[in-house]
Design a protein. Structure first.
Length: 172
């Protein structure tokens, strides 16, 4: 969280250097991956916990990778020192979700109940299988994997009540 209370979202990582003028290779976890450059400022967080905010990052795709130019980082040594650094953005930097669409980060921490009101736990995280996304609900004793398929299994997402209602067998 930032001082203003805005959540932060991990959107990528610096994985290498490119050239001698301070460009870095990055891994982007946005979809599409070039979208990472639209979400700014970046908060660079090193493995030691040091944070640096930077703005106006530019980049391009190159082969299977991505190259970023970071203002204030003009040589290869500065770039090399950033390898392994995480790229975070404030949640408010992301556009508002369209009706019926959700950012995974907004679902994390919501309580999960069956349509009959049986508690199944809290959303730990989500992951993609290719066929559909899967919601992981943990209650301390169990971990349930529930397909995140709206209308079929996910009946309601209520941010005001901090809950998700699913059509799911609590014994499964």
């Amino acid at each position: 969280m930032t001082a203003s209370g805005d959540r932060r979202i991990l959107v990528g990582r610096i994985v290498g250097v490119h050239g001698v003028q301070g460009a870095v290779k990055i891994e982007s976890w946005t979809d599409p991956r070039m979208q990472i450059f639209k979400y700014q400022p970046w908060i660079l967080k090193s493995s030691s916990g040091k944070e640096t905010e930077i703005r106006d990052c530019r980049g391009r795709e190159q082969g299977k990778g991505m190259i970023a130019e970071l203002p204030g980082h003009g040589d290869r040594d500065q770039a090399a020192a950033l390898i392994g650094t995480e790229i975070w953005v404030s949640r408010s930097a992301l556009p508002k979700a369209k009706p019926g669409e959700f950012y995974w980060t907004d679902l994390e921490g919501l309580d999960v109940f069956t349509v009959d009101g049986v508690p199944l736990g809290r959303v730990s995280h989500l992951f993609s299988t290719g066929a559909n996304d899967v919601l992981v609900a943990r209650d301390g004793e169990r971990e349930r994997l529930i397909p995140f398929v709206v209308d079929q299994y996910v009946r309601e997402v209520d941010f005001d009540a901090n809950r998700i209602v699913v059509d799911w067998d609590p014994e499964f």
